[in-house]
Ligand binder design. Structure first.
Ligand SMILES: [Zn+2]
Length: 238
């Protein structure tokens, strides 16, 4: 065994555990979706502001889980990359290395960063939007009175907003692009992105007049408030 210094390390188990860890992301996303829906339900049924606000710490807890998960995955991927690039002479204690890198990342965390979580921002936005629709004033200073709004225009606009710019039919499962703010039917935009990826191209925002030219699946967040509006409209039709 002369000259054979680097031990052969199989990374398959690590890769497998990483991909199951990544699946946890879906649970966190679902949790945040449920919490947002609960807050919107509370708002809709006329609960007082304190009850609605009680969902905020729940959302922040999810945001913390999301951050921890991503930092752990990041640490593990970084260590694995390093070991693949420079194979060490002895089999390293992988777990200790990952833990060390993970605590390093965690030491820089601030509570305030959690409020920058995309789904948390979306949560605040959707509550604000719903309060606006319900005519509840946001702050002590009411920005506008709704008597001025032309109801016909408001109705036409809300109907237009339910139409997917890709399929041109009413969305059933809308997702919002956090970069340009446009909304599309989930499967339609995902198909579009996948097709572009096959051609090794970027995906332009299909909304006319939008110059955003690189949509990523990670930028798409369920538009829960719009989904509710669509569901309510469909119920009324029946
Ligand atoms: Zn756009």
């Amino acid at each position: 065994m002369q000259g054979c210094t680097a031990p052969l390390i199989s990374f398959t188990p690590v890769d497998n555990s990483l991909s199951s860890l990544k699946n946890c992301q879906a649970y966190i996303n679902t949790g945040m979706e449920i919490a947002t829906n609960v807050a919107l339900d509370l708002l809709e049924t006329g609960c007082d502001a304190d009850d609605v606000e009680s969902m905020e710490p729940v959302m922040l807890e999810y945001a913390a889980m999301d951050r921890d998960l991503n930092q752990y995955i990041h640490a593990a991927e970084e260590i694995v990359r390093k070991l693949k690039r420079d194979p060490p002479e002895r089999v390293p204690d992988l777990l200790a290395l990952v833990k060390e890198r993970y605590s390093e990342l965690q030491s820089k965390n601030a509570q305030a960063d959690l409020k920058k979580n995309d789904r948390f921002i979306q949560f605040k936005e959707q509550l604000r939007e719903m309060r606006r629709q319900m005519g509840v004033s946001q702050d002590e200073t009411t920005e506008e009175t709704f008597e001025d709004v032309d109801e016909d225009i408001a109705v036409t606009q809300s109907q237009l907003n339910l139409i997917c710019p890709i399929t041109q039919v009413q969305m059933t499962n809308p997702v919002k692009n956090k970069v340009c703010g446009h909304t599309y039917q989930k499967d339609a935009i995902e198909n579009m992105i996948q097709n572009s990826q096959l051609k090794k191209k970027k995906t332009r925002c299909p909304k006319i007049g939008c110059d955003h030219a690189d949509i990523k699946i990670a930028d798409l967040i369920p538009d829960i408030a719009l989904k509710r509006a669509i569901d309510i409209q469909n119920k009324q039709k029946k």
